[in-house]
Design a protein. Sequence first.
Length: 78
Amino acid sequence: MKDLFDKRTRDRSLQLGDLMLKWDVRMEDKRKHGKFDPLWFGPFKICEAKGNNTFLHENLDDDVLELPVNGHFLKIYF
């Protein structure tokens, strides 16, 4: 089972100091957001990698946010 799971997972190419956007899970379901409401918020800066696909992030004001975020909910901000 682990081998099957590892085939589907992909490594995120996020590095320390990268800017990224975070998926707003609360707005994910239909009828919880309008057509033009943003589903991503940020930008945030990655300050630490915890484990394989988990990251700690901070505001652009260098305020570290306490909860780690799964890399599945992040995308690179250009």
